[in-house]
Design a protein around this ligand. Sequence first.
Ligand SMILES: [Mg+2]
Length: 245
Amino acid sequence: MSDPIRLPAAILFDLDDTLLDTSLSATRVWDQTAAAFAQEIGHRAEVFKPVLAASRAWYWGDPRRNRAGRLDVQRARVAVTHHGLQQLGIDDHGLATRFADYYSAHRVSTMAFFDGAEETLAHFVGAGVPLALITNGDAGGQRAKVDHFGLERYFQVVLIEGEQGFGKPDPRVYERALAACDAPAQASWCVGDSLAWEVAAPQRLGMTGVWNDWARRGLPADAAVVPDRVVGRVAELMETAARGD
Ligand SMILES: [Mg+2]
């Protein structure tokens, strides 16, 4: 385990819920879409919103659906919406598809960097620390985020699950990222909100696993994984790394 106060040899960053406010903005755009379709659905957005939230939890809570949905997000959005509509007694696949299309059209533009996240990338690049972006999900959706936020310029390599054909926690992801940064695992950090993908798996390779607890919920009581460090925003990495300069 490296000393987290000193600058690392490289940092591997997760994208969703680490650099970008993916979950928070998802709620915003689902709400916006529910309002836009309220008349057609025949229920006010306030009625459909909790139904949709339950439907999202139902869909993404299943590991098999989660993997299939990550790689085909549009299909997942239609399935979530269709399931939600069915809870209201509406079995209309066409409506679910149009709802999901509206959502998708507004999805990336409603996302934002977490406070200080882009400054953090610039800070470490300026300090000479090579960075890698490692993100799971479908090629089109993840690439759209990378392009929209101009992320390529900060990273030695951008590894997208849907482009590579494999994703975290496959060790090849971290190994490829470290190789692109020309950095040893033992002196490098991996930062993200998933305890399995950005803490446990990289720790097994000797990396420092930093957990981004963006929702500030704290470690689950039954967590088998012990992060080397916990932050609430990636900008905290910048403050402490600066102290070790
Ligand atoms: Mg994430």
